[in-house]
Design a binder for this molecule. Structure first.
Ligand SMILES: Cc1ncc(C[n+]2csc(CCOP(=O)(O)OP(=O)(O)O)c2C)c(N)n1
Ligand code: SF4
Ligand SMILES: [Mg+2]
Length: 315
């Protein structure tokens, strides 16, 4: 090329605006599904048209836990297993925030399992995105609570014998108001699911079945990231509204995907406000930014009355 020919600028990455580019290149291996999920996430945020000053992302520890650090949002890379209580604290301190937890199957359902159950039970208003690669990727490929029976891991070289969790069933039975599962092959559906989950008040959950080619796939002789995409394409069945008891995943078996749960239940904040108003009457002062929370509240009249009453002279 002659010296006076100017090369065209590289094409803009559609997610550029959401990434802390100074932190790129990222740590994820070639063919890993985490990056694909982030692409869907940033697309969902773009489509959601949220005020990004009010969006926070919280991750735990793991390869997936690194997501928070790459996003140009108020982001928190917390300790292993603790993103949900951290996120709950953020939401309590400022109910106006849109709080999103983004972490791995090990982080959210092994060490962090207890927190997941109770945040869902309480219907704390947050979205939890779990990248389920069925292994502890970051620490070398050990068994997690989602590793299928028969799959090999560093801690089960002859194959896992422990019954894995069925994550949509757990989320549903603990009280989540929105539950969906897609694979990292289903990018459009995953993007829409994340968008819908973020838009819905209450505890919402999106599971992303994702390959870990370096540790899980290699040890189980499942090929590379592209082989995983071919597998997801050939072996996924979309069944919206499926009974969550029937969507468990076995080793290299069919993966049932779709939106399984979409219900309405009073959120923790709304229940708390209504209750305190009942008990304390006009002495109850609603939290800061309360108006934002009551928009889709099933007890809207009661809470609106709370605000009206407490904005009076307090007598
Ligand atoms: C208290 C504590 N125990 C153990 C660890 C080690 N550790 C770091 S990441 C991780 C597993 C993460 O697995 P997962 O959440 O599935 O994320 P992935 O790497 O697969 O994306 C473990 C056990 C730790 N950092 N802190
Ligand atoms: S070790 Fe596995 S989960 Fe971690 S970045 Fe590599 S492929 Fe992804
Ligand atoms: Mg994992």
């Amino acid at each position: 090329m002659s010296a006076d020919v100017i090369a065209p600028p590289p094409p803009e990455n559609p997610t550029e605006d959401w990434l802390r580019e100074e932190r790129i290149p990222h740590i994820w291996c070639p063919g890993c599904g985490i990056g694909t999920s982030v692409n869907c996430f940033t697309q969902a945020l773009e489509e959601s048209k949220l005020d990004r000053d009010n969006v926070v992302i919280v991750s735990g520890i793991g390869c997936t836990g690194r997501v928070a650090g790459y996003l140009k949002l108020d982001s928190f890379h917390t300790t292993h297993g603790r993103p949900i209580p951290f996120a709950t604290g953020l939401k309590l301190a400022n109910p106006k925030l849109k709080v999103i937890v983004y972490s791995g199957d090990g982080d959210l359902f092994a060490i962090g399992g207890n927190h997941f159950f109770h945040a869902a039970r309480r219907n704390v208003d947050m979205t939890v995105i779990c990248v389920n690669n069925m292994t502890y990727g970051m620490t070398g490929g050990q068994v997690t609570p989602t590793t299928p029976i028969g799959a090999k891991a560093t801690t089960s070289p002859f194959g896992n014998i422990e019954e894995p969790f069925n994550l949509p069933f757990i989320a549903h039975s603990c009280g989540a108001v929105y539950v969906a599962r897609w694979t990292s092959f289903h990018v459009r559906q995953l993007t829409k699911a994340i968008r819908d989950a973020i838009a819905k008040p209450g505890f919402t959950f999106v599971e992303v079945i994702s390959p870990c080619p370096t540790l899980f796939s290699r040890r189980n002789r499942l090929g590379d990231g592209l082989d995983a995409m071919k597998f997801y394409k050939a072996h996924s069945e979309i069944r919206n509204g499926a009974d969550t008891r029937e969507v468990a995943i076995s080793h290299q078996s069919k993966i049932i995907c779709g939106k399984f749960v979409d219900i309405t239940r009073t959120t923790w904040h709304d229940a708390q406000a209504a209750h305190l108003h009942r008990v304390m009457g006009n002495r109850f002062v609603p939290p800061r930014n309360w108006e934002h929370l009551i928009k889709s509240d099933p007890m809207e009249d009661l809470v609106a009355e709370t605000i009206r009453d407490s904005s009076g002279d307090g007598s």
